[in-house]
Design a protein around this ligand. Structure first.
Ligand SMILES: [Zn+2]
Length: 66
């Protein structure tokens, strides 16, 4: 079986770790989520869908590479 180098386009999307500024709970969300993400602890909105990329309203702790 021949192995070929196939170029896989690197996805620009990733996961970001967000901390709720209200209660401090951490949530990992998809950076291009099409859903509105709320804090699991207090229900505070953490990310809002705004077209292509989600608008992060919480405190971004870091980006998680896949
Ligand atoms: Zn919260």
């Amino acid at each position: 079986m021949k192995r070929e180098n196939i170029l896989i386009p690197k996805p620009r999307s990733n996961f970001v770790s967000i901390q709720c500024e209200k209660c401090g709970a951490k949530t990992v969300v998809f950076s291009h989520t099409t859903r509105n993400i709320s804090c699991s602890g207090c229900g505070e909105p953490l990310a809002t869908s705004s077209g292509s990329k989600a608008l992060i309203t919480g405190k971004v702790l870091g980006v998680l590479d896949q």
